[in-house]
Design a protein around this ligand. Sequence first.
Ligand code: HEM
Length: 168
Amino acid sequence: MHKLYLFSVWAHILAATIWIGGMLFLVLVVVPWLRTGAQVEAGRFLRETGVRFRNVAWWCFGIVLVTGIFNLWTRGVRLADFVNPDWIGSRFGTAVILKLCVFALVLVISALHDFVLGPKATEAIQRAPRSSEATVLRRRASLIGRVNAMLSLVLLALGVMLVRGVPW
Ligand code: HEM
């Protein structure tokens, strides 16, 4: 059982790293570089790499969720704890609840970005790169992507707090 738990923590951290690293690479490297080049090619590039990264990201969400639940279970957390005020009020319980809430928010924002705003923005850029529609949609998709990148750092911090204690 201990081996399975170690593997689960390893897979959890690996999936979190791939998701956060991939997203930061897009936000900090790919998007700024594309802004310096041809807009139509940028639209195509973002659409094609975006769809590939979207699949990777949703696999990562599935892996962190399954391994996260298993890690909680191995640490003795049971469903009944989520309705126990003493556990919820404990530092560990608070960190878990916060992490689950931020994770749920990330899932909603990612779905909006990946399946609604992102595809709309890349289509508009391909159709008429300099149109006001393309500019508005691109800004929206970009903003929501940045919000997700910030939330990923919050999740990372909450992961560390779960294991090593909260700073408050
Ligand atoms: C994308 C979302 C997530 C990220 C980025 C993330 C990140 C992390 C990181 C980096 C750690 C290791 C912390 C350390 O060793 O100091 C960790 C641990 C942990 N995470 Fe997550 N996590 C995510 C989602 C979840 C979810 C959804 C759950 C629960 C369902 C969860 C439950 C846990 C647990 C229980 C641990 C402790 C593992 C252990 O026993 O050592 N995580 N997380």
